[in-house]
Ligand binder design. Structure first.
Ligand code: G3H
Ligand code: 13P
Ligand code: ZN
Length: 305
């Protein structure tokens, strides 16, 4: 099957009240793990590359691998640019076969964010490519009003942003953050905000910084020498609640990285004699595939392809 657009996958999820994972990859091993999980779960998936991933692997390599895996898996996979900030990179992605791009103007003042997002949406839509915008700041919230107001997505602004930009999906801020250390103390998330924003926008909503940092993965990493103390992710129950409120795309990178690295550490310590990369990478791919399959079931996308 050819790569499909983000809109095709996410509109279906919006109408069906479930979410689809957007899984980051920078190499063949993680991509194959995600595509393999999609095939086994009969699930759609977004396969996401950051600007850093493109710099690391090369855009043509990433696009060719993504197309090959979409064909081989037979599943609806969307190749998505994650956190596009550089206008030229976004245009390169549209020209080279990405089927969805994110324009991340969340660091800009509202008017500038609207202007650049609208411009990208016009260009991308003319090429048949979907667009995700972002409003609000990806950052943990403290338990006080001023911190919340400067970070969380404002529902009235979200309504205006969606109407004026024409985006196909919107990333919102409810207190999650990127990376393994999301919360200093207990997780604080503004889950009811999801439904409020959904009521005003109706389009698919996106949750970034959604890794859970599974306990067994963290434990394995620590056991084999990773310095990951203090890691804390989004509780799975909160993710499920956010999906019920109207989140349709859930971004996961950190969990896949930690799974790959902790497994690599284990295999390297157990097979110190190995001089074959395949001996080392195969178990890592298997472990990542299992985590992706678990997410697909949790988010409700299994069986939806
Ligand atoms: O949201 C960020 C993703 O985890 C990608 O991270 O820019 O280090 O590739 P990266
Ligand atoms: P995590 O760091 O929680 O995996 O978030 C990934 C993400 O939001 C990619 O855009
Ligand atoms: Zn993100």
């Amino acid at each position: 099957m050819s790569l499909v657009t983000g809109k095709e996958i996410l509109d279906k999820a919006n109408h069906g009240y479930y979410a689809v994972g957007a899984f980051n990859f920078v190499n063949m091993e993680v991509l194959k793990a995600i595509a393999g999980a999609a095939a086994e779960e009969k699930s759609p998936a977004l396969i996401a590359c950051s600007e850093g991933a493109i710099k690391y692997a090369g855009i043509k390599n990433l696009v060719s691998m993504a197309k090959a895996e979409a064909d081989a898996s037979g599943m609806p996979l969307c190749l998505h640019l994650d956190h596009g900030k550089d206008f030229n990179v976004i245009i390169q992605c549209i020209r080279n076969g990405f089927t969805s791009v994110m324009i991340d103007g969340s660091h800009l003042p509202l008017e500038e964010n609207i202007a650049i997002t609208k411009k990208i949406a016009e260009i991308a839509h003319a090429a048949g490519v979907s667009v995700e915008g972002e409003l609000g700041k990806l950052s943990g919230i403290e338990d006080n009003v001023s911190s919340r107001e400067s970070i969380l997505t404002d529902p009235a602004e979200a309504e205006r942003f969606v109407a004026e930009t024409g985006v196909d999906s919107l990333a919102i801020a409810i207190g999650t953050a990127h990376g393994p250390k999301k919360f200093k103390g207990e997780p604080i998330l503004e889950i009811p905000l999801v439904a409020e924003i959904k009521k005003r926008t109706s389009i698919p909503l996106v949750l970034h910084g959604a890794s859970s940092v599974p306990a067994d993965v963290l434990e394995k990493g620590l056991k084999y020498g990773a310095k990951w103390e203090g890691s804390k992710g989004v509780p799975e129950a909160s993710l499920v609640e956010a999906v019920k409120g109207g989140i349709n795309k859930v971004n996961v990178d950190t969990d896949l990285r930690m799974t790959f690295i902790s497994t690599l550490r284990q295999v390297m310590s157990e097979k110190p004699e190995s001089v074959d990369l395949r001996d080392l990478f195969k178990p890592c791919m298997g472990a990542v595939k299992d985590v992706v399959r678990y997410k697909m079931r949790l988010l409700g996308s299994s069986g939806k392809a």
